[in-house]
Design a binder for this molecule. Structure first.
Ligand code: NAD
Length: 491
């Protein structure tokens, strides 16, 4: 690796350059990266990749694939485990850079999300190694299914929880034997640069992992249009997915899209109301900038007042502050433009006749928007149907289980749902009836990495997680050999 421009981010040296073919590479242009904790504070000018950068990165990934894709799986797995070890060793640095860059609570970064990044690498190292090729006899032949690495993969990630999401997508691509070009979001590009350092330190061959910084419509578009790319793995908004999907279609390249959500949090009268209210209040924590958040509160009529009161008490106890302070429970919004977008949603809701029960305004002097509860005039209200991605919950009442399910399934999204009930039978019925990629009952966010992950409808295409991600990143081949085939001694 050549020396590169490094900036000091909270005492951690972070390269602002791309990583291409194992070397740090700069660009003539740059974009500004500011901290949501103090918007006046510029963290870095980051290399702004262009079409030439994308060309160079894909070239490096094509070269890197030759070596990485051909390596014995045990060697690849060992390299991925070294990345996991290095993530763990740099946990505090990564957590701090992520908090300064993106704004999420330092406590959850430090204690949870970075560690999950290491787990993603370790899990996929184990999974790749443990993979047994399916074999079976049929009509006088032996059938074997081989998983072949597909080739260079482009991974495009959003600004929320960028480190965890990047590792979630990069680890299975590498484990499958693909080389990777990662393009993180321009609002939170820095932790990906630390990941790039760690792949070099772990001894991945040059070009196996490449990082390209820049603007989505510029370098992102160039990467996804390149015909040498064999997989595109995207997390972000449906609007961008449409553009990337068109690029993937043009080259007949498989792509997965993990998109937005508008998850219901369904609260039945038979549940532990205190636990349900805790869970609802927790949806405000990272300012609602979480795709899986349960932002539509659907509450059984008979407990509506009691539940709303319990939620109000908890909301009032929230502390909006500096994300580095462990006393803070609500993080700021990532960017002033996003704050304005959230504000626009609430202002339009008010104007359309929805009732703002609490919150509904920004805080002076920071990028915080107050935790907000809205009672919509109708289920058709924009605030119910569209992803706000902010600390804004809506509340609606229902009078029967069937009505709850109907409301839960009444948006175009289908990423996740949360159910609170004291009945195991109801948990089973409602869980099965809700259209979503994941339904949690009496819990949230716990998920074994072997489980599939993805959404229905506007929430996405395809599934990642477990074997699903390895299959996506592989070309499956069936080998059929007649039983009477024998090895003859060479003549
Ligand atoms: P976005 O779609 O604006 O951007 C996502 C990424 O795509 C960024 O890296 C961006 O630079 C890139 N991009 C933009 N235009 C591009 C183009 N034309 N070609 C190639 N790349 C392009 O999304 P965002 O605002 O960064 O993220 C928020 C969205 O992500 C929300 O909708 C949220 O729900 C969703 N999200 C989903 C999940 C999930 O797992 N389902 C997880 C986190 C976030």
């Amino acid at each position: 690796m050549t020396e590169s421009d490094r900036v000091d981010v909270g005492g951690v040296g972070v390269s602002v350059d791309h990583l291409i073919g194992g070397r740090r590479v700069s660009s003539p242009g740059s974009f500004e990266c500011r901290s949501p904790l103090d918007w006046q504070h510029k963290l870095a000018d980051v290399a702004r990749g262009d079409a030439a950068t994308a060309e160079r990165a894909v070239e490096a990934a094509v070269d890197g694939f030759r070596q990485w894709g051909g390596m014995p799986v045990g060697e690849r797995a060992a390299a991925l485990r070294r990345v996991a070890d290095l993530i763990e060793a740099r946990n505090d640095d990564i957590a701090l850079v992520e908090t300064l860059d993106m704004g999420f609570l330092h406590r959850s970064m430090r204690e949870r999300l970075v560690a999950r990044g290491a787990l993603n690498f370790r899990f996929y190292a184990d999974m790749a190694e443990a993979h047994d090729e399916p074999r079976w006899p049929a009509r006088g032949t032996a059938h074997t299914v081989q998983r072949m690495p597909a080739g260079p993969a482009v991974v495009i990630t959003p600004w929320n929880a960028p480190f965890m999401l990047a590792t979630w997508k990069v680890a299975p691509a590498l484990a499958a034997g693909n080389s990777v070009v990662l393009k993180p979001a321009e609002w939170s590009p820095l932790s990906a640069s630390l990941l790039a350092d760690l792949t070099v330190e772990a001894g991945l061959p040059p070009g196996a992992f490449n990082l390209v910084q820049g603007i989505g419509a510029e370098v992102g578009a160039a990467l996804t249009a390149d015909p040498r790319v064999r997989r595109i793995s995207f997390t972000g908004s449906p609007e961008t997915a449409r553009v990337i999907g068109a690029a993937a279609a043009a080259n007949i390249v498989p792509f997965t899209a993990e998109l937005g959500g508008k998850g219901p949090l369904i609260v039945f009268a038979d549940c532990d109301l205190e636990a349900a209210a805790d869970q609802a209040a927790a949806q405000y924590e990272d300012s609602g900038q979480v795709c899986l958040a349960g932002t539509r509160l659907l509450v059984e009529s008979e407990i509506r007042t009691e539940f709303t009161d319990a939620l109000r008490v908890r909301t009032e106890a929230h502390v909006l502050g500096d994300s580095r302070d462990d006393a803070t429970t609500v993080a700021p919004m990532v960017h002033p433009d996003h704050l304005a977008r959230v504000e626009g949603f609430v202002d339009r809701a008010r104007a359309a006749g929805d009732t703002v029960v609490w919150g509904g305004r920004r805080r002076r002097g920071s990028l915080h928007y107050e935790p907000t509860l809205i009672e919509p005039a109708s289920n058709h209200s924009e605030i119910v149907q569209c992803e706000v991605f902010g600390p804004v919950l809506t509340i609606q009442a229902f009078t029967s289980e069937a009505a709850a399910v109907e409301l839960a399934n009444s948006t175009r999204y289908g990423l996740s749902a949360i159910v609170y009930t004291g009945s195991a039978a109801r948990a089973e019925r409602v869980g099965r009836a809700v259209q979503a990629g994941i339904v949690w009952t009496n819990t949230f966010l716990v998920r074994d990495l072997a489980a599939p992950f993805g959404g229905c409808g506007l929430s996405g295409i395809g599934r990642e997680g477990g074997n699903h991600a390895l299959d996506f990143h592989s070309d499956l081949k069936t080998l059929i050999v007649a039983d009477h085939t024998t090895d003859r001694p060479s003549e």
